[in-house]
Design a protein around this ligand. Sequence first.
Ligand SMILES: Cc1ncc(COP(=O)(O)O)c(C=O)c1O
Length: 381
Amino acid sequence: MLSPADWSLQPGIHFLNHGSFGATPRFLLEEQRRWQDRLERQPVLFHRDLPELMKTARLALAGYLGCHHDDLVYITNSTYGCNVAMAALRPLLQPGDEVLTTSHEYGACIRALHNHLEGTGAAIRTVNIPMPVPPRAQILQLLRQGITNRTRAVFISHVTSPTAVALPVEELLGELRTAGILSIVDGSHVPGHLPLNLEELGADFYTGNLHKWMCTPKGSAFFYVRRAMQDAVRPLITSWGGDGSGLKESRFVDEHEYLGTRDPSAFLTVPTVLQWMDRNDWHSVVTRCKDMVQETVDALEARHGFQPMHADRADECLLMGAVLLPQHVDVVQAKEDLYNKHNVEVVVHRWLNQPILRFSVFAHTTSVDLEALLNASSTLK
Ligand SMILES: Cc1ncc(COP(=O)(O)O)c(C=O)c1O
């Protein structure tokens, strides 16, 4: 049974923001340290063995995520993955084309989309998803309505960061494929959180962080590209990989995994992480945490009158919960007060002019943490 003592989170802080950066259990940090020690003992031999070690790590992850091990590569974070996908999209765009996205995307990735589209003549069309968010079927309908005969690609989060909503990516992607529209899915919050089978999902590009809900050490993420698109995808850094002297898989794998000297230790912990998840019956861990999210959203509404982010409570099945705060709330001050006066670490921010509180529940979260949030948030009314 997992317990807060398995993590090195600061005692006395009610840490309810696993969603932003994840948190790594101590034993995994030790595992990472063992890989680093091995590297430091004999760097040359380590790099000789690295292609095989990386392949083992890729095989394990691909098995978990339902794809071939040559269709995904390890990258440091999903911001990078989104950027690589957008850079690959750029030469495919013509003036007048549109890239569809939503109003709930992660800010850094929207910045990236603007940068990569600059000078192409293509426009970004944003589907506005109101808050509280409508039921899933209605969101799908809004997305469909955003598609025009100029839509060349869709950039969409699988789970949104600012609002903690699972978007109907599963339903949408098949329709996009049929219409010949490319898809870039930001699945930063998905591995370890929602079931994911990349081959069945059928995205052209999909990136996800492992350091969030799989708890791997920081700087571990993956980037999946559908086989037919792989030749068109270049890493943002050109190094040796792919010139025939680097790794020896496909060009896609070689070029993206060998980006010059870097620390691969976080990637190499992945087989161990997957065994740890299995040993702890991950499904039941996640289910228990999701139930705690739902109970807490209910209590925030019942005790303080905060409106849940989801209009349809059946859609609210995530490890992060969000509620809408009253308009008068000064979000910067509120966040500081929750932390400084109540030791509660959560996200309080204004998104599309709506103050929002977002909290996370994970295996290190206790009912005491959630009670502290419930008590402290009476100051936000
Ligand atoms: C939806 C989404 N996209 C992208 C990111 C960026 O993650 P990273 O900083 O690991 O690249 C995040 C991080 O919170 C996110 O929630």
